[in-house]
Design a protein around this ligand. Structure first.
Ligand SMILES: *Cc1c(COP(=O)(O)O)cnc(C)c1O
Length: 369
């Protein structure tokens, strides 16, 4: 069962552009949709897979690293892949209101797809803990935005309770159709590389994405081909590492707000992915996350958000420990866009614009040539 992206999108004539119509249109056969499902899409998916040799060289590795750049989705994170399915299914069920708890990206995505579907969206955010760009998105897309005096885990508890009333449709990744949509990223990677990578690195928050990728990889290959599956390597921030520590964390803390989660909803899915893939889960410090974040931007011109850089910090950690054999094919998910979190970017860059008079000489002096 190979979704076969290549065969379906290869232009039959070079001058005819390929039209990408989103993950439901492209992968309907593999998703929980039928002919009667209204497709709510912003043409998410089909994101670039970019090889980053400068980064690998800078961290002293001897493997091939490809980044799945999920920031290129419509709301600039991978959440759109699951959200197109979740909101489409909600509309199919005639839901009038979708609701989610979010560290930011789920709310941005839910709000956008709800706007597209002409239904209401309510988002619960931990007060004061949301990256600026993500808050701007929820507000602009018109979601009813509620900031709770508590953390993500508490917001999710309230959302689950509200979901049980039947009045609202929950579009967090506790809704299994989200995972179904998100697995399409693994399909695209296999289509692009012509095989699965040897390793797949990604950040882990609620653990929906690691669950989804593993589901995608295992569905892509038949049972006989388990040897071709990647080892899943997940990374949590050291102040928010419940799976690594083996217990929920009451007050998770990290600069990477998208993975500031103390009690992952898809813990079991992550455990399954790690066990079945002979994978590995570990933690990285905020300092390691920010160093990888800046290194990627400077070495490759790719600006991701801090949570995405947790996967990169994991790659650096594994390189130091010699865990990635020479010549390996490695993939990593860059989950969200750097522009979502301008505060952390400006702090991390650690430099300010040089202010000079509006004179050629003054500018030349700064250039120093
Ligand atoms: C949601 C999110 C994550 C974490 O994904 P989970 O499925 O919750 O593990 C990581 N990075 C970004 C940018 C996210 O938006």
């Amino acid at each position: 069962m190979k979704p076969g992206l290549r065969s379906q999108t290869q232009p039959t004539h070079p001058s005819r552009p390929v039209v990408w119509k989103g993950v439901i249109h492209h992968y309907a056969r593999y998703l929980p949709v039928s002919k009667s499902t209204p497709v709510i899409t912003l043409q998410e998916g089909n994101t670039p897979l970019i090889r980053v040799s400068n980064f690998v060289e800078a961290c002293g590795g001897e493997f091939e690293l490809w980044l799945k750049c999920e920031a290129m989705n419509p709301t600039c994170s991978f959440k759109d892949r699951g959200m197109t399915v979740a909101v489409s299914k909600a509309v199919e069920k005639h839901a009038k209101v979708v609701i989610c708890a979010s560290t930011g990206n789920t709310s941005a995505s839910a709000a956008a797809y709800a706007a597209r579907a002409k239904i209401r969206c309510v988002v619960l955010l931990p007060h004061g803990k949301i990256a600026l760009g993500k808050l701007a998105q929820a507000l602009m897309y018109g979601a009813t935005t509620v900031a709770i005096d508590g953390n993500f885990d508490e917001a999710l508890r309230i959302v689950r309770e509200l979901g049980e009333t039947g009045l609202v449709e929950v579009v967090n990744s506790v809704n299994p159709v989200r995972i179904e949509g998100q697995k399409t990223a693994a399909f695209e990677i296999c289509d692009h590389l012509g095989r699965a990578p040897d390793f797949h690195f990604l950040p882990v928050g609620n653990a929906g994405n690691i669950t989804a990728y593993w589901k995608g990889y295992t569905e892509y290959f038949s049972d006989k081909e388990t040897s071709s599956l990647p080892r899943m390597f997940g990374y949590q921030a050291s102040g928010a590492a419940p799976i690594v520590e083996g217990r929920p964390i009451d007050k998770p803390e990290t600069v990477a707000s998208a993975i500031r989660i103390g009690n992952p909803a898809s813990w079991e899915g992550a455990a399954k992915a790690l066990k079945e893939s002979n994978g590995h889960i570990d933690k990285v410090t905020d300092a390691e996350i920010l160093a990888a974040y800046q290194l990627l931007a400077r070495a490759e011109g790719l600006f991701v958000e801090p949570a995405s850089a947790a996967a990169l910090a994991g790659i650096i950690q594994c390189t130091k420990q010699n865990l990635i054999p020479k010549g390996s094919l490695v993939a990593a998910t860059m989950t969200g866009h750097g522009l979502k979190d301008p505060d952390n970017a400006i702090k991390t860059a650690g430099v300010e614009p040089v202010v000079v008079p509006a004179q050629r000489e003054a500018v030349l002096k700064v250039i120093g040539v």
